[in-house]
Design a protein around this ligand. Sequence first.
Ligand code: ATP
Ligand code: FE
Length: 334
Amino acid sequence: QLILGIDTSCDDTGVGVVALHPDGRAEVRANRIWSQTVHARYGGVMPELASREHVERIDAVMEDALSEAGIGVADLGAVAATSGPGLVGALLVGLMYGKGLSQGLGVPFYAAHHLEGHIFAAASEAQTAEFQLTPPYLALVVSGGHTHLFDVVAEGTYQLIGATRDDAAGEAFDKIARLAGLGYPGGPAIAEAAKLGNPKGVAFREPMLGQSGYDFSFSGLKTAALLAHRAGASGSDLAASFQAVAVKHLLKVTLRAAANLGRETVVVSGGVAANSALRGAFGASELRAVFPGKGLNTDNGAMIALAAAAAIRSGRAPSGLDDGAMAYAPLANV
Ligand code: ATP
Ligand code: FE
């Protein structure tokens, strides 16, 4: 069956289509994203402007997604939309749109958790003839707002075992790019500048070396980057050195968790999972590292349809129409 997924949690209007096959395979058929540009001049996302843009764009993005999938609206068997966490006004646009569409079509509606979407973004990529992504596995969500390490003990059961104590990984990429004048969004800008830099050019101290748990910290690196910048470090050395220490930190904590809990697979997802240095380091580790496919790392609608596909596959009941948007929504036992 064909599932439409909508994500309007922040400043991207995303609509995707996923085909859920009888054998349980989920396949991305379309993934269209309108990335709002109105926020650039403010240096951050303006919630009210984001909501308005979603309202203006969502119809066109959905039409694009349907035509990319080569289907009509009547072919849809289910509709899903993000209910949280995110900006409430922005979330409401996609949520109401999705609920209305499901009612109009007479098909089930699934409210999806944004982080479950990020995690399941890797699910379709992971499945091969000899490998299916099945619990238990670790899930590291590294995005603009989260650096969360989950132990996925069973389908739909997420135990949060570690998280950032301060800034999210993506936030650190963005802030360091900004202070070094490398551009916005910071993640891709740092990755690009790092190609020309020396990863040992700036001496960063790896965060939280003494801990026995699974937490992360990025604010110390941000301060160190500011001091190095003022002391005259080049943007490319700063980028290369920060990227190297950030990747090392993320990998070391994840490896410790995997060793202690006996996990062999880790899903790495969220915007920072697009980073090729991070992919290289996790890929070369002893873990089986699974990443989202192209266009599925940062916010998108297809990942929400993939999360709904997993919910349908595991027999989860559709959501009620009274489920509201949630700014704050911990992911546990969805
Ligand atoms: P959340 O999901 O926590 O609500 P978000 O949806 O805003 O946050 P995403 O869209 O998943 O976050 O990711 C955006 C983040 O990913 C930004 O901080 C961006 O800098 C970062 N990012 C994108 N590409 C790269 C890259 N190649 N390397 C490192 N970071 C990257
Ligand atoms: Fe996100």
